[in-house]
Design a protein around this ligand. Structure first.
Ligand code: ADP
Ligand code: ZN
Length: 599
């Protein structure tokens, strides 16, 4: 890396090295190339434009969709003494006017602003008199109608290229498939931009899937094993956030519920606790997360199947942004799947859109039922291949594959025999030869397959149904209220033309490996553990004083470096990755004293 850029990295941000992919983006921006950078969450996208913004002569405008995101970014930059500000509708008029004056004068170099504010005629006309050299569009997937998160106010941004022909136009996002990428550069730059795609792999994330039986106990065991660490639990409904948060609290875990139905101040309070305190479990709907850049979230749990692989990947991507180990757990059951399909069917959009959404859900189901490395399955979706991760439940505990043709045939015959009009519950009870009014009335006890599967449990047959669904041998027909039906391949299995190999179904799929805490980030030596605790307390005190999230002072990673290296003086402290001159000046003495203090 060029030594002057390296020096600037240390001087402004305190980092000793670029992360993978950052330097390329920085160099391209400095050589005035338009670009779209697709980089996974936690890759360090912000630095890719913040550093050039400091090095360019002119000003930088960062378009960001969320006020919370702007506030956090600006607070972070200001904590480094970098000249950043924001203009948004929640700030009062005088503050905004003052920021604007300082931006025009050049005192402020980086301005964060919402798209609707930026794209007013008044703002654009005023900006023509300011030397804006760089535009940054954050969360750029919002500009594309192809993406899952289109925002109408982003549409207007396509006007920037004509209005500011000399400025460099850049866009950043963590999620964009090929069509979306092309759409972004077409709209924003008239296809005059370089596209950089940085690998999707997040090696520090472990992946696991668990079934939804006794799921609260599973969740509790998982959280228990990670007590004292920050985590997010995603649930599907508002009500569920409340009940799960209460359940965790009752069991001795600091937890807060968060959903769109709460009062704004209540949400803010919960978020503040999560951001500043250690070991808070955030139980939230997906309304929570976008714009949360807390780097030390150690786990993400889903208690329901998410809407798509993209959504899932983005949500788990919020864990472990600091690069330290973090765990994910997806808990799902057949009911969730039917619920999701129903949400798609009842949702907006034309048939083509619904078809795409259903396909997305299929891919996620395939992930859930994967019999080999889950990381591989996930990355394959993003057109990336890699060897087995060695770090997911399937790698740690490879499922045994067995010939399930006979059992599959019993199930398929029952589905067909009952007219393809019933859901899993009824089909399984026919297979197991149970008696009920429904079975008697419809004379399903006269079917040849009735009772043929009595030797296996309900769970066994449900697991087999999930596997057949994931493999595309049967499907859920919503027009028949969630009835199971055969696909042509299912028919072939039934006819004996092809076989069905499946994961061996054991009475209770093991979750031990899942529950063990891999992501505990600490030290073996009790002296080191105490030092880390002391540094964290100091950090929390400072954060409270400044009314800022703890990581704005120093990230966990930096604290761990301090414990490992035990710097004795300012020079040694400055040498640590993550400590720059500003931080040294503000907090150096306090942390050195804490490190020195004998235990
Ligand atoms: P993204 O926007 O890509 O999700 P962020 O920009 O929020 O990621 O960065 C994630 C974390 O990584 C932040 O805490 C940031 O300070 C840190 N970070 C960024 N670049 C570096 C670097 N070169 N060295 C160490 N940490 C970095
Ligand atoms: Zn794996």
């Amino acid at each position: 890396m060029s030594s002057s850029i390296a020096q600037s990295l240390k001087q402004y941000f305190g980092f000793s090295q670029f992360r993978d992919g950052q330097e390329d983006v920085v160099a391209r921006i400095l050589s005035r190339q338009n670009l779209l950078a697709v980089m996974p969450t936690g890759a360090g996208k912000s630095l890719c434009y913040q550093l050039p913004a400091m090095l360019l002569d002119g000003r930088t405008i960062v378009v960001s969709p969320l006020i919370a995101l702007m506030n956090d970014q600006v607070a972070y930059l200001q904590s480094l003494n970098l000249p950043a500000e924001k203009i948004h509708s929640h700030a009062d008029y005088n503050d905004n006017a003052d920021v604007w004056r300082r931006f025009v004068s050049g005192e402020v170099k980086i301005l964060y602003i919402s798209p609707e504010r930026l794209m007013t005629e008044r703002m654009l006309a005023a900006l023509e008199h300011v030397p804006v050299e760089l535009f940054v569009i954050d969360e750029a997937h919002c500009i594309s109608k192809w993406g899952a998160a289109f925002r109408p106010e982003y549409d207007q941004l396509s006007g920037l290229q004509n209005r500011f022909p000399n400025a460099v136009l850049t866009a950043f996002t963590a999620t964009a498939d090929k069509a979306t990428r092309q759409d972004i550069v077409d709209k924003l730059t008239g296809n005059r931009a370089h596209i950089i795609v940085k690998g999707f792999d997040r090696p520090n994330l472990s992946l696991a899937v668990a079934l939804k039986d006794a799921w609260k106990q599973r969740l509790l065991a998982f959280v228990e094993a990670r007590k004292g660490l920050s985590g997010i639990v995603y649930t599907l409904s508002r009500r569920e956030t409340e009940t799960v948060a209460a359940f965790l609290s009752d069991n001795g875990h600091k937890s807060v519920a968060y959903h769109a139905g709460q009062e704004a101040h209540q949400r803010q309070q919960g978020q503040d606790r999560f951001m500043t305190e250690d070991g808070v479990v955030m139980v939230a709907t997906i309304a929570f997360g976008m714009g949360i850049d807390k780097p030390d979230i150690r786990y993400v749990v889903h208690t329901n199947i998410p809407g798509s692989v993209e959504a899932f990947y983005q949500e788990i991507g919020r864990a472990g942004r600091d690069g330290l180990p973090a765990d994910t757990l997806l808990i799902y059951g057949l009911d969730d799947l039917v619920k999701r399909r129903r949400m798609i069917a009842d949702g907006d959009g034309d048939e083509a859109h619904k078809l795409r959404e259903n396909k997305r859900l299929d891919s996620l189901l395939a992930y859930c039922e994967a019999s080999a490395c889950r990381k591989k399955a996930l990355l394959a979706y993003f057109d990336e291949s890699q060897p087995d991760c060695g770090n997911c439940d399937n790698c740690l505990n490879p499922p045994e594959m067995v010939d399930g043709t006979r059992e599959a045939q019993i199930l398929l015959a029952t589905i067909l025999g009952t007219g393809e009009y019933f859901g899993a519950v009824h089909v399984v009870s026919v297979v197991r030869g149970q008696s009920s009014d429904k079975i008697a009335q419809r004379r399903h006890d006269e079917l040849a397959s009735y009772g043929q599967g009595a030797d296996q449990s309900v769970e066994f047959w449900q697991a087999l149904i999930r596997q057949l669904l994931a493999a595309g041998k049967i499907y859920v027909d919503l027009e028949r209220y969630g009835a199971l039906r055969l696909t042509p391949e299912g028919q072939q299995i039934l006819n004996g033309d092809i076989g069905f190999f499946c994961k061996k179904i054991v009475p209770r799929p093991s979750s031990q490996k899942t529950a063990s805490a891999r992501a505990v980030v600490t030290f073996e030596d009790p002296v080191d553990q105490q030092l880390l605790a002391r540094l964290k307390t100091l950090r929390l005190d400072l954060a409270r004083e400044k009314n800022a999230p703890a990581y704005v002072i120093f990230s966990d990673r930096v604290l761990m470096e301090m414990v490992a290296q035990k710097p004795q003086n300012a020079a040694e402290l400055l040498a640590l990755n993550g400590v720059g001159p500003q931080k040294l000046e503000q907090y150096g003495a306090l942390f050195l004293a804490a490190i020195e203090k004998p235990v």
